[in-house]
Design a binder for this molecule. Structure first.
Ligand code: CAA
Length: 380
């Protein structure tokens, strides 16, 4: 067993850290307040290769491993989780899905642009009545010979208005249940494709979350990913990797809050000494550090499983569950350590606490991760 990072992995981590500090930190509070999408910053992330990290260089990607992806996600998320969700969705849900299951034409047409960040993508599974229960798709994609006719609504779609390419999961054959679901590539501007208003969210307020409405959208057959009926499995397989991305996001949110709390506790004095010298605070820091390190190990293990082509459904779900719960707990404690200052925006920790909440919800709630984990445990 070797816990050491390679020189390349350290370089990627440091580049992401540097980018987060110099490009994302300035204005992060204002973007959160105004719900402003970090457009310029995302453009630069694309130029630096953060939006298609694991995609093969043949399609314009960085050809990096999943461990490097976790390292970069952690650094970006420490500072701006609104930017890191764009990174996670584009890398894990859109690029990976297309590279692994797409046709050569689809890869040339879409992946090459998505991997360089020239355009960004969205992954559209959730619906008003199908969040956790993802097989209950109401959006339909009726087979019309050379095309599908798509009708329905998708909810809470990350990159909803900024994406150019949307992977949409829809039911073609109701009789066949989940085996009658397809994954289709839709493009912005297709007739009958409408983007709803931006959601006003508790956290990751800079990210661009919308409903999407489809009315008789004609999608060419060549835009289907995989065989007829592969859509649900496509979504599940893609989400397994997505969960490693969100686990690393949660890890980053937790470590960002911890670093701020540690620093503050050394500077702030109460009862004649820095508050970190009071055991009540020192023990909080010890617990935060320990849980973050445990979350990091779970993220790294899941990424390593992916890199060595082991199954990562279980390790990804455990990483997502534990890191999300850790993020919520650590950020709440970080606010507590900051006292009154933690409750105001300038100190960042209240935003990190609000951002942490979504990691327990999207790409499978903590409860869904427990379903995945317990089923795996009981099956083996
Ligand atoms: N890989 C491959 N196939 C899988 C799979 C996986 N990881 N997980 C399930 N499947 C297959 C099953 O084998 C089964 O196929 P067969 O019948 O051929 O065996 C089929 O999929 C259906 O599986 P289940 O019977 O287990 O289905 P279920 O209804 O019990 O649901 C679930 C399983 C795990 C709860 C699933 O519905 C789920 O993951 N729900 C959560 C959905 C989710 O994560 N949504 C996130 C939205 S995306 C998002 O948030 C993006 C963003 O913007 C940030």
């Amino acid at each position: 067993m070797d816990f050491k990072l390679t020189e390349e992995q350290i370089m990627i981590r440091d580049a992401a850290r540097d980018f987060a500090q110099t490009e994302l930190l300035p204005g992060v509070i204002e973007r959160d307040e105004k719900q402003e999408f970090p457009k310029e910053q995302i453009k630069k992330m694309g130029e630096l290769g953060f939006l298609g990290m694991m995609v093969s260089p043949e399609y314009g990607g960085g050809g990096m491993d999943a461990v490097s992806y976790v390292l970069a996600m952690e650094e970006i998320s420490k500072v701006d989780a609104s930017a890191s969700v764009v990174m996670s969705v584009n890398n894990s849900l859109v690029c990976w899905g297309l590279e692994t299951f797409g046709t050569e034409e689809q890869k040339q047409k879409y992946l090459t642009k998505l991997a360089t960040g020239e355009i960004i993508g969205a992954f559209c599974l959730s619906e008003p009545e199908a969040g956790s229960d993802a097989t209950s798709q109401k959006t339909t994609a009726i087979d019309k010979g050379d095309h599908y006719l798509v009708n329905g609504t998708k909810n809470w779609i990350t990159n909803g208005s900024t994406a150019e390419v949307y992977i949409v999961i829809a039911q073609t054959d109701v009789e066949k249940g989940h085996k009658g679901i397809n994954a289709l590539i839709l493009e912005k501007g297709m007739e009958g494709f409408e983007v709803g208003p931006k959601e006003n969210k508790l956290g990751i307020r800079g990210s661009d979350t919308h409903s999407l409405m489809f009315t008789d959208v004609k999608v060419p057959k060549e835009n289907r990913i995989g065989e007829d009926g592969f859509g649900f499995k496509f979504a599940m397989k893609t989400l397994s990797g997505g969960r490693i991305g969100i686990a690393s996001q949660a890890l980053g949110i937790a470590s960002g809050a911890y670093e701020l709390a540690l620093q503050y506790s050394k500077e702030r004095k109460a009862f004649g000494k820095p508050i970190c010298e009071h055991q009540s605070v020192a023990f909080k820091l010890a617990d935060m550090k320990t849980r973050i390190e445990a979350a990091r190990h779970l993220c790294m293990k899941a990424a390593w499983d992916k890199d060595v082509h082991e199954n990562y459904d279980l390790s990804g779900a455990m990483a997502k569950l534990y890191a999300a719960e850790t993020a919520m707990w650590v950020t709440t404690e970080a606010v507590q350590i900051h006292g009154g200052y933690g409750f105001v925006k300038e100190y960042h920790v209240e935003r990190l606490m609000r951002d942490a909440k979504i990691t327990q919800i999207y790409e499978g709630t903590s409860e869904i991760q427990k379903i995945v984990i317990s089923r795996s445990v009981l099956r083996d």
